[in-house]
Design a protein around this ligand. Sequence first.
Ligand code: ADE
Ligand code: ZN
Ligand code: ZN
Length: 237
Amino acid sequence: WGKTGHRATAEIAESYLNKKAKKAIDDLLSGQGLAFVANYADDIKSDPEYREFGPWHYVNIDPETAEYKIEEANEGGDLVQAIRKCVEVLKDKNASKEQKQFHLKMLVHFVGDLHQPFHTGHAEDKGGNDIQVRWFNDGSNIHRVWDSEMINFYQMSYTELALNTGDLSRAQIKSIEKGKLLDWVYESRAMAEDLYAEVDNGEKLGYSYMYEHMPTVLNQLQKGGVRLAKILNDIYS
Ligand code: ADE
Ligand code: ZN
Ligand code: ZN
């Protein structure tokens, strides 16, 4: 996602944190909220010192097997390894406060990215970045349409956006929380496949594409928030 998407997910997560998690996060981030740190992982991208974290933002699964195998995974890391690493450091009693701060900020971002379907897309088109489309009258690509074009069209703040994802019943929360990290990856991946199938290179997309898919965008932001909170609540339980 872009800045607003990541902040919305973080804001939603904030509302599902339990007391213990809230306290631990408050200590680590000196009172900064999750939305405030949600784009840190993108902000450091241009710094050569942090270049190694570039591949942590996405995961490309072999379309043949459609299965994530750690033996075949990118050695430079990917979204799955990134989230596992962040959780590991946050649980590690021997990790320093600085290490924990860093990995918490990264985790908030990556759980967001996991719910942008094209962050689990195909390697050969860089998760849709190489699929050019026209967005209204401007040049764009299908990855960017999902990262930010649809969201930015609304010109809403992240808090307004978060509010428009709606309230969830206890049963709905439980259903979203269900499953493991890889189940969530496959879910996102399956959505990406459907989206790939309905777009052509060079296609012009506009309001009808947006109106069809914005409910899915909001739903994905919400799922990201609920699952981020679940991960954090589990860490600090
Ligand atoms: N961003 C850059 N490369 C990517 C890829 N291969 N998949 C998804 N997102 C990306
Ligand atoms: Zn992206
Ligand atoms: Zn990212």
